[in-house]
Design a protein around this ligand. Structure first.
Ligand code: PMM
Length: 271
């Protein structure tokens, strides 16, 4: 999954693809680089980010999804709003990627059930403005697993089919660096739930913290690529179904190396 943020303020690529032409061009280049799905988002979820109105979000993502769909580029819509998901699906998006797993908007699961599309359920506790105050766990792996299971139950109750569900631990969302590493170490415990697992570490701040210089300053976003590739390949080798990254080519190359050692091919199949 290649990341396409059509926002002025996302943490790593905000402002780069917020014009229509730049966004469409970047979406097609992600596919050329080997992405199987382009994840289009119109609202930044970086810690502390303010919300934008739904109409703004729709105005950012719908024209881009329409243009990419016209070029047969498969897209997912990265949103927590049912209204935005519905507009994106009507414009040609094939997957709903909800970082709140249906928690932020109770109407989301119905939209997904009616569309019959794949649904990425990410672990989430609160909107960006106050999510880091919710990063309190006694056993992060068990709690994330249990909270995700409740989101799965809600989706199933609304009519989402089990084979359409994908789980995501939500790295960096109400998580401290140690929580992200603990979830990475125990990815098998999420995979055990029986759903495909998406791992999305790309350029996140816990990688910057890991790579901090002698002055203790986190490594800036543009220096986190090798760590992104390493975590993504380790996740795939541990059984993740997919990875969500900004620099698709580097990760695809690394997965090709891993596959050359005898590992199976990874293919995203639209349901
Ligand atoms: N992270 C971001 C946005 N969308 N979706 C899923 N499924 N998982 C994530 O971890 C996730 C996401 C924030 O990162 P970005 O600003 O680089 O898009």
């Amino acid at each position: 999954m290649g990341v396409l943020n059509v926002t002025p303020d996302s943490f790593s690529d905000g402002g780069r693809y917020d014009s229509f032409a730049a966004a469409v061009q970047h979406g097609t280049s992600l596919i050329r680089d080997g992405a199987q799905l382009v994840d289009v988002g119109g609202e930044s979820t970086r810690p502390g980010a303010a919300r934008v109105p739904a109409v703004t979000e729709i105005g950012r993502v719908v024209p881009v999804i329409e243009a990419l769909s016209a070029q047969n580029v498969p897209t997912s819509i990265d949103t927590t709003r049912a209204e935005v998901a519905a507009a994106a699906l009507a414009a040609g998006a094939q997957v709903v990627n909800d970082v709140s797993g249906g928690l932020a908007d109770p109407a989301m699961v119905k939209v997904v059930a009616d569309a019959g599309c794949p649904f990425v359920i990410m672990h989430w506790r609160a909107h960006s403005a106050d999510m880091q105050s919710r990063a309190v766990y006694s056993d992060v792996v068990t709690e994330v697993r249990d909270e995700l299971s409740r989101r799965v139950d809600d989706a199933l109750a609304a009519g989402v089919r089990a084979e359409r569900i994908i789980l995501d631990p939500g790295l960096g969302f109400a998580k401290l660096p140690e929580h992200n590493w603990e979830l990475t170490r125990h990815l098998d415990r999420l995979i055990e739930l029986g759903f495909p697992v998406l791992y999305a570490s790309s350029r996140k701040s816990y990688l910057g913290r890991l790579l901090a210089g002698p002055d203790g300053e986190p490594r800036p976003v543009d220096g986190r690529e090798a760590a992104t590739v390493a975590t993504s390949v380790l996740a795939v080798a541990a059984g993740a179904w997919g990875v969500r990254v900004h620099d698709v080519r580097a990760t695809v190359d690394a997965i090709a190396v891993w596959r050359a050692t005898g590992a199976p091919e990874l293919t995203w199949r639209p349901a």
